[in-house]
Design a protein around this ligand. Structure first.
Ligand SMILES: Cc1ncc(COP(=O)(O)O)c(C=O)c1O
Length: 393
């Protein structure tokens, strides 16, 4: 009978993209919405990166490329991983895809069989459970909260491992919490993965957006045994303000990369040809702009956390990375505010402020605010939230 597949029926559309679309639609109607929904930097792509794409396009670099990416790009990624992350991967162990999200999708398709368990620390990025679901894997969520800065204590993680555990998804710095695992924690996780023999998908997309001198540690760099089990994911969207370019990559043992390549060869083929030299320019070029962006995010982070903690009913810990705050708003629940969805609806209607409900991240006591928006917007948005919330208490 003609009907959509059970698989498609089980997929929920991304709530973060939905709130952004709603806010943009209101803005198009002329409503002055402060949008804290965005998961993208409010900075432009660096000029030298754009120039590289323009030159490449004009020189006629417009045909299919190898599925796994151009040799130049894979070389630049290999050098970057060695230089910045202490990871040794040759060109055959790297595959470039249409964004880190696509790399994660392919990696899960390449490793997870139906019924395999995938451990996902919660709060989690909205796409992880959906991607695991599309591979018929079974999500095993491990709850965390602000008492550990949203990182999973090793003993809690150990209890979640079973003989069916195939994969752990590690995201440090984290979206939505900004939580960052320190070296000791990453070492403990590596030891557990090696002991119990499961893969670790290490989503390092926010590695450069990290504060207070914290160190980003790539789990795959901690020895040969863990490297064999690690799929390192990264991309260009966040560090280089290139969300629209759709450029991401994975590095792993060759059999995993080969499997990802086979899957990609029958779906996307290669990523856009003339963006690949731009990605090389991003990796090999100056990084002052990245540093300036992170310094600006840091100022906003301090400000927004301070303002949120001044609002009765809201508490917010200081995130160590990424560009989100994840305040606990459960003090406002009761009466007509039944949870994070109701609160975000209320803020959008009452205060013209767009925030993302924690429910989509598996954490209903919280909401997510992105501070990838100007200081002026942040001030205005916080004034509005404070006024709207005061009516609830
Ligand atoms: C944790 C995390 N991983 C991956 C991605 C995907 O990034 P890309 O734009 O490269 O697909 C995002 C984007 O929001 C993210 O927050």
């Amino acid at each position: 009978m003609a009907s959509i597949s059970r698989r498609a029926g089980n997929v929920s559309p991304s709530p973060t993209l939905a709130i952004t679309a709603k806010a943009k639609a209101m803005q198009a109607e002329g409503i002055d919405v402060v949008n804290f929904g965005a998961g993208e930097p409010d900075f432009d792509t660096p000029q030298h990166v754009k120039d590289a794409a323009i030159v490449s396009l004009q020189s006629g670099f417009t045909k299919y490329t190898p599925t796994s990416g151009t040799a130049d790009l894979k070389k630049a990624i290999s050098e970057k991983l060695r230089r910045e992350n202490g990871l040794q991967y040759g060109a055959g162990e790297i595959i470039v895809s249409l964004g880190a999200k696509h790399s994660i999708y392919n990696a899960v398709q390449a490793t997870v069989d139906p019924g395999d368990e995938v451990i996902i620390p919660a709060p989690y990025w909205v796409s992880y459970p959906e991607i695991v679901g599309m591979a018929d894997g079974k999500c095993v969520f491990v709850e965390t909260d602000e008492s550990t800065d949203f990182t999973v204590p090793i003993d809690t993680l150990r209890k979640a491992v079973s003989p069916r555990t195939k994969l752990l998804i590690l995201n440090s710095p984290s979206n939505p919490t900004g939580g960052v695992y320190n070296r000791e924690q990453i070492e403990q996780i590596a030891q557990l993965a090696v002991e119990r023999g499961f893969y670790v998908l290490s989503d390092e997309i926010y590695e450069k957006i990290i504060y207070d001198g914290r160190e980003h540690v790539s789990i795959g760099s901690l020895g040969d045994a863990i490297k064999k089990l690690t799929i390192t994911i990264n991309g260009f969207s966040k560090a280089f303000s290139m969300t629209g370019w759709r450029l991401g990559y994975a590095a792993a043992e060759k059999p995993i990369v080969d499997a990802m390549e086979a899957i990609q060869s029958h779906s996307a083929s290669n990523l856009v040809s003339f963006t690949q030299p731009a990605a090389v320019a991003a990796l090999n070029g100056p990084e002052e702009l990245v540093r300036e962006m992170v310094a600006e995010f840091d100022k906003r982070r301090q400000y927004i956390v301070g303002r949120l903690n001044d609002i009765k009913g809201i508490t917010c810990t200081m995130p160590g990375g990424a560009f989100y705050v994840f305040p606990n708003v459960s003090g406002l629940y009761g009466g007509k505010i039944t949870g994070s969805d109701a609160l975000c609806d209320y803020l959008l209607r009452e205060a013209n402020v767009a925030a993302v409900a924690g429910s989509g991240f598996g954490a209903d006591p919280y909401i997510r605010l992105s501070y990838a928006t100007s200081m002026g917007n942040i001030e205005k948005g916080l004034d509005r939230i404070a006024a709207a919330v005061s009516k609830l208490l």
